[in-house]
Design a protein around this ligand. Structure first.
Ligand SMILES: Cc1cc2nc3c(=O)[nH]c(=O)nc-3n(C[C@H](O)[C@H](O)[C@H](O)COP(=O)(O)O)c2cc1C
Length: 342
């Protein structure tokens, strides 16, 4: 049998950008992929939303045209509904795989047998995976926690494997732990030994030493929080040197530019609103410049950001490249981004 998408990608031995609601949008996915993330998972998209409020819900998982190696994450609790939502996403975006969210501990999501609540209902989770696999011509996967409030990941993962899952990703904490304590990679490893499908671990990876250790144990390795404001981490994990301060600053600016262009086109939001929304990520990019924190917290346009970057890092972002695109035609902004890249 020819290897499926996940098997082919895992064989490359690179780290994978984990899904993060509010972060892993198309611009950020593209950056991480350029630095070597094996594939990239969208923010979670609601199955109900796709079926009943498509305009807004499709937007969340929206890729760039022809975005390569795209995995869309879906959440929901009703097998028929999730399968129909997954099929609609497949028809619209032709992703390489669709992943079921079984890890989100947020009440709004877990309220109705979805997200991490599915860890309490292995039968329901297996029915969802079986329905998805039957509805889709691409691999189906799930991203789990170790359990909801007690560890039962083996039982759940075995049920999903039997139902047709092609890959299991596991965040090494229970949902009750949220993000406290340390992710338990021994348990992830023990799980991988019991399954015949690939297992991808997630939790607290930020260094090459960790990445290499887990990879040598035969696991796929996902990175989430450590990649925020640091998309070049994927290259560092492969043993490449970190970019210079000037390159990092240019990259941060390019991300801001891509972010503004993307959401101006998608939602018609203003540059000011979008730069404001991006400040949190700017603080991560420029964490090494604490004296500039107050100014970063006030930045309200791309041009101001360019001036600030010049003051902070001594990088001159030329007039042609700082164009904000107050206009809705964002072709020019995309071009400015391309000029920066080149
Ligand atoms: C802001 C944020 C949003 C997240 N959103 C999702 C999500 O939509 N789907 C999902 O499966 N996991 C989500 N996660 C969990 C991450 O994918 C990852 O498993 C977790 O953060 C642990 O990895 P890390 O220590 O590398 O951050 C999210 C995590 C964070 C911090």
């Amino acid at each position: 049998l020819a290897p499926n998408f996940y098997q082919r990608k895992l064989a490359e031995g690179r780290a994978i950008l984990a899904p993060m609601a509010g972060f892993t949008d198309a611009p950020f996915r593209r950056l991480c992929r350029e630095y070597g993330s094996a594939w990239a998972v969208t923010e979670m998209v609601s199955a109900k939303g796709v079926l009943y409020n498509p305009q807004r819900s499709f937007e969340i998982g929206e890729p760039y045209p022809d975005e390569p190696d795209l995995v869309i994450q879906i959440f929901g609790g009703d097998p028929a509904e999730v399968a129909a939502g997954a099929h609609a996403l497949y028809q619209r975006y032709r992703p390489q795989a669709i992943d079921l969210n079984m890890g989100c501990p947020v009440k709004k999501v877990t309220g109705k047998s979805c997200g991490a609540k599915l860890m309490l209902e292995p039968d329901r989770a297996a029915k969802i995976i079986r329905a998805m696999a039957a509805a889709l011509p691409i691999p189906v996967s799930a991203k789990l926690r170790l359990g909801y409030d007690r560890v039962n990941v083996l039982e759940v993962a075995q049920a999903l494997e039997a139902a047709g899952a092609s890959l299991i990703a596991v965040h090494g904490r229970t949902a009750a732990q949220k993000y406290t304590g340390e992710a338990n990679w021994e348990m992830i490893c023990a799980l991988a030994e019991r399954l015949s499908i690939p297992v991808v671990g997630s939790g607290d990876v930020a260094t090459r030493a960790q990445f290499v250790r887990y990879r040598e144990l035969g696991l796929g390795v996902m990175v989430a929080r450590a990649a925020i404001g640091r998309p070049w981490l994927f290259a560092e994990l492969m043993g490449q040197p970190a970019p210079s301060e000037a390159e990092k600053a240019q990259l941060a600016f390019r991300h801001a530019l891509d972010h503004v262009a993307w959401y101006q086109a998608q939602q018609g939001a203003s540059e000011t609103q979008l730069v404001q929304k991006f400040r949190g990520q700017l603080l991560r990019y420029f964490a090494g410049y604490p004296a500039y924190r107050p100014r970063l917290c006030r930045v309200a346009s791309l041009s101001e950001l360019a001036d600030l970057i010049d003051a902070m890092v001594g990088v001159d972002i030329s007039k042609a490249n700082r164009r904000s695109g107050r206009r809705t035609n964002n072709g020019e902004v995309a071009q400015a981004g391309a000029a920066l890249r080149g």
